[in-house]
Design a protein around this ligand. Sequence first.
Ligand code: HEM
Length: 159
Amino acid sequence: MVITETLLTQFQENPLNWFLSAFLVYTIYSYLTPPPFSFPVYKHPETIVFRDYTPKELIEYDGRTLDTKIYLGVCGKVYDVSKGRNFYGPDGMYGNFAGRDASRGLAKNSFDLEVLTPIDQSLDTLEDLTEEEINNLNEWHGLFASKYGYVGNLVNNPT
Ligand code: HEM
């Protein structure tokens, strides 16, 4: 009782105390309750290091598991075709090209795995392609270059 009376007297004597009390209550309230809004946190976009890939390294990017990227080689360049997982994933129509140098298959419009150079052999020089096949390949290459990220170059396995 005595404390309450003393407080009331002090508040009446100096109205600033009302303001200070309100401020104190507001500060405690803000600490105890979650903020009404929060600033969005922006994640840095994923970074991909541009580098060389040998056929044996490229095969690691055949997208066999969901958390791995899918890369495809064409005309000596490597493209990240992960966003086309429907095409190049394990169940995709063009899954045979995932993690491989797809150049010869694209040039010849062939899905056959035998058309692609085995990964332990030297890179396909494509020297025997006909003019029509080269044109075909260049058209496919144009599609990859316009649609997918260029992430590296194809190089031979070390000898
Ligand atoms: C049976 C005949 C074929 C059918 C019905 C067919 C169908 C399709 C369809 C519907 C698309 C998607 C087009 C789009 O909306 O972007 C596509 C894309 C594609 N096709 Fe075929 N296709 C056939 C043959 C081939 C052959 C023989 C090859 C080469 C070996 C090939 C390679 C591709 C590639 C590389 C893409 C681009 C996928 C991408 O955008 O990443 N297709 N095809």
